[in-house]
Design a protein around this ligand. Structure first.
Ligand code: NAD
Length: 248
């Protein structure tokens, strides 16, 4: 088992069709004890219970520093350590540049970018004390191709910011044995795209992807297992594209 004895925290992990839940499930299969962290309405305790009785669900809002710190304190109290953090919580909004309001901008950047910073700040002291850990940040192909299929320019900016933040943290904490890496998913069939694309549109997009299909949540979960495990022990500051070849 690749993650035996490891404790993993996954933000935005409660949505049953989401990348975070698939990641939590696959990490549990690989022997990790998982902490599913999400907003109250997403029912993280229910999600954790579905994965198994030895896992933990915690309510937290990643845009609120005190909430992040309280959740991590509880996770450490229950499990004694944190080996992996997956910064997965994110929201999107399909609008064009001239339509973005200040409130939209704040909302989108707050969850992806501020949330990644606050959650990383919350786990780093524990990882530092353990002299090791793996932080995985979920960015997006939208950061790389300049505009997403479903995310507006502020979403691309937030996700590009995540790449920079992750690389800076990788450089800063590498000497302490803490690795920080990013995954840039392509278009994955989760709730984030539900109702936003017709079946015809999805088929049209699939035809432009070398591997011929949209991604599945497990495609990202598998990449997270790799980056969380010792198989990737010499990887830090990398961006792992999981997009079916969308950028070739
Ligand atoms: P999703 O909507 O299913 O999951 C997002 C989760 O984040 C939800 O469970 C939601 O409750 C949680 N969340 C939102 N705001 C939060 C907050 N303030 N605090 C804590 N949790 C919060 O979406 P998904 O498709 O599974 O997306 C997961 C991540 O992957 C996101 O960061 C998204 O931007 C990124 N991503 C998704 C795709 C895709 O095509 N689905 C592509 C590239 C990147």
């Amino acid at each position: 088992m690749l993650l035996k004895d490891k404790v993993a925290v996954i933000t935005g992990g409660a949505g049953i069709n989401g990348l975070g839940y698939a990641t939590a499930r696959l990490m549990a299969v690989q022997g990790a004890r998982v902490v599913v962290l999400d907003l109250a309405q997403a029912d993280p305790a229910g999600a954790a219970a579905r994965i198994g009785s030895q896992h933990l669900g915690l309510v937290a809002d990643v845009t609120d520093k005190a909430s992040c710190e309280a959740a991590i304190a509880e996770a450490v109290k229950q499990f004694g350590r944190i080996d992996i953090l997956v910064n997965n919580a994110g929201i999107t909004q399909p609008v064009k540049t001239l339509e973005i309001t200040g409130t939209d901008y704040d909302r989108i950047l707050d969850v992806s970018l501020r949330g990644t910073l606050y959650m990383s700040q919350a786990v780093l002291p524990t990882m530092r004390a353990q002299q090791g850990g793996s932080i995985i940040c979920i960015s997006s192909v939208s950061a790389q191709r300049g505009g997403g299929i479903l995310g507006g320019p502020h979403y691309s900016a937030a996700k590009a910011g995540v790449l920079g933040l992750a690389r800076a943290m990788a450089r800063e904490f590498g000497p302490e044995g803490i690795r920080v890496n990013c995954i840039t998913p392509g278009l994955i069939g989760t709730d984030i795209i539900k109702g936003k694309l017709t079946e015809e549109k999805k088929a049209e997009i699939a035809e432009t992807i070398p591997l011929g299909r949209l991604g599945r949540a497990e495609d990202i979960g598998g990449a997270c297992v790799f980056l969380g495990s010792d198989l990737s022990q010499y990887c830090t500051g990398i961006t792992l594209d999981v997009n079916g070849g969308m950028l070739i």
